[in-house]
Design a protein around this ligand. Structure first.
Ligand code: ARG
Length: 587
């Protein structure tokens, strides 16, 4: 066992059972980090508060009884009762040193794997026929970090890229493709800049639709609508063009995923169209179960407690009045499939926050229909990304750079930073490093803020080698690497022996890694890992300032400190890996 809190827990429980009776053996000892402003202790045990209430005894007296029965073993150095009845516990430095030494042998650095689950993660999920928005990038980055973390925890993860590959916008795109010619440069935009292709099609459609008199600038709008009907009827030539458009978007997406090191592959594509055949059955079943009714020609579900403006009942529109299926219909199919076929314990939808109501209504309906069994559907809400002017970064407005431009800008900025910090490196090496740094900058900015709050997209800040940034953490790993190189060791043997306060603080921080990763797997909040890694890097800096490593006073101390360096680097590298960030060898 390498987590001191996990080691302390049963000791406090045993003390409580001995003091107050066997039914206290499972009580939560409520162990929290100690308040460093009031004490030098490591943790605070708060169990006496609740226990005092239950026992009808003053908490300080309860605390004293726990102390009297507490077996310190080799773990606890000192316990003190403080305030109304907290126990301030200081761990033994010898124990910390041994645990840190053992941590080096653990492939997963102290992660205690929870019971294995099947987790479906729906992320990225861009609309192939619409402009890709920055929220899609953030969904890809957050989703990929969750996927990596859940796999590290031993879960069985099923990635699903719920590609928007069906529906009315495709009518427009197919007509546009026919007009520009399948082999034209304009058609190839689908591969290089699909947003531009989409904008061109949309522009033609709006112009035709708004023309006075109708039809005066052609009938692009009329043809696009007819094309949708043909597509949904499965007309062969239309389907062929549809497939061609999707193929080009697929190539585009794979390039973006490759550039950003997102683990999605073609095998993970489970787009809207794949549920198409199930939609009529879903509608029938909802009607049979008495859950859906026809209202103004549309098939709607009205759920208790969902009201719109004017307090009118809010419909979940499953089939529109023109017979087309709405977004809710496909999502009824996704949750049914993920629960009943894939047997997910958790089904994560890593999707923009504005879709929250949609998911609430869809899941509630699916529950009533009996389509969710032993599955917890979770909306991992993605907050907005705003520009430095505080306004929403829009791709549709044209003035603001779209996704590809943002990504390119991040790479360019990273290249500038590396050119400045390492001018002596050859261009090719610098390219590799700049790329890794650019990815780190983008991803860390997306991840270090709680996924449901917005953040400011500020290139200069996120690419900086100092501050709370991805590149700073990468830099910390390369710095440790050069310390080890200077000492001429690849893998120090240790053991880690804790003597100085700065060594102790660093070792204790390292021992937290496992619990933090477990917590991210439960709360689905990668920003907690970012905070941890950034604090770890800072704790390391303090250690390195205060404790000479290469020039340590004797060989034993040197070996122990080198082992601490090595372990810190390994934890940082694994932690960054869970964020989808690679640690360069040098920078
Ligand atoms: N394509 C959707 C959009 O761009 C996101 C899909 C998310 N996944 C889902 N199952 N609804 O807004």
């Amino acid at each position: 066992m390498t987590d001191p809190i996990a080691a302390l827990t049963p000791r406090v429980q045993e003390a409580m059972a001995a003091a107050f009776g066997a039914d206290w053996a499972e009580a939560d000892p409520v162990i929290r980090p100690a308040n460093k402003r009031q004490t030098d202790a490591d943790v605070q045990v708060n169990a006496a508060m609740a226990a005092g209430k239950r026992l009808g005894r003053p908490p300080r007296e309860v605390a004293q009884a726990i102390v009297d029965h507490l077996d310190h073993g080799d773990l606890v150095e000192q316990v003190e009762i403080a305030g109304p009845g907290f126990l301030n516990v200081t761990f033994s430095s010898a124990w910390i040193g041994r645990a840190a030494t053992a941590l080096r042998e653990d492939d997963h650095f102290g992660v205690v794997r929870p019971p294995q689950q099947t987790v479906v993660v729906d992320y990225s999920s861009v609309n192939a026929a619409k402009e890709m928005h920055v929220a899609h990038l953030r969904s890809a980055v957050v989703g990929d970090s969750l996927v990596r973390t859940l796999e590290y925890l031993g879960h069985d993860v099923i990635r699903q890229n719920h590609l928007g590959d069906w529906g009315t916008p495709f009518g427009m795109l197919i007509e546009h493709l026919l007009e520009v010619g399948e082999d034209s440069d304009d058609a190839r935009l689908l591969q290089s800049d699909p947003n531009a292709f989409y904008r061109a099609a949309r522009g033609k459609f709006t112009t035709a639709e708004n023309a006075e008199p109708a039809g005066s600038v052609g009938d692009f709008d009329v043809r696009s609508r007819r094309r949708v009907t043909l597509l949904q009827a499965g007309e062969e030539d239309t389907l062929r063009l549809w497939r061609e458009i999707l193929e080009l978007s697929r190539v585009y997406l794979n390039r973006v995923y490759g550039e950003l090191d997102i683990t999605l592959t073609d095998d993970d594509i489970a787009g809207e169209s794949s549920y198409n055949d199930e939609l009529p059955g879903i509608c029938d079943a909802l009607q049979e179960k008495g859950l859906a009714v026809i209202s103004e020609g549309a098939l709607c579900v009205f759920l208790d407690g969902y009201r719109g403006r004017d307090d009118k009942p809010l419909p979940l529109i499953v089939r529109k009045s023109d017979g087309g299926y709405g977004y809710p219909a496909t999502d009824l199919a996704t949750i049914r499939h993920r629960s009943l076929d894939l047997h997910a314990d958790r089904a994560l939808y890593v999707v923009g926050a504005p879709q929250h109501l949609h998911f609430q209504m869809v899941w509630e309906t699916a529950r009533l229909a009996g389509w969710i069994k032993d599955t917890e559907p979770i909306h991992v809400q993605i907050g907005n990304v705003v520009g430095t002017d505080g306004k929403i970064l829009r791709t549709r407005s044209g003035e603001v750079a779209d996704l590809q431009h943002l990504v390119d800008a991040a790479f360019a900025k990273a290249a500038e930073v590396i050119a400045e910090s390492r001018p002596e490196l050859d261009a090719q090496t610098r390219d590799v490093i700049s790329h890794q740094v650019g990815v780190a900058a983008l991803k860390y900015a997306d991840l270090s803020v709680a996924h449901d709050s917005g953040y400011t997209f500020d290139l200069d800040r996120m690419v900086a080698l100092t501050g709370d940034t991805g590149p700073y953490l990468q830099y910390a790993t390369t710095r440790i690497r050069s310390i080890l190189a200077r000492a001429g060791v690849v893998e120090p043997v240790g053991p880690i022996v804790v003597r100085e306060p700065a060594e102790r603080a660093l070792a204790l921080r390292l021992l937290d890694f496992g619990a933090v990763v477990v917590q991210v797997g439960e709360t689905l909040e990668p920003h907690r890992l970012c905070t941890y890694l950034s604090e770890l890097a800072q704790t390391f800096s303090t250690f390195y300032e205060q404790c000479p490593v290469v020039k340590a006073e004797d060989d034993e101390v040197r070996e122990s400190r080198l082992a601490l360096c090595h372990l810190t680097r390994a934890v940082l590298v694994d932690g960054l890996g869970l964020l989808g960030i690679t640690a360069p060898d040098q920078m």
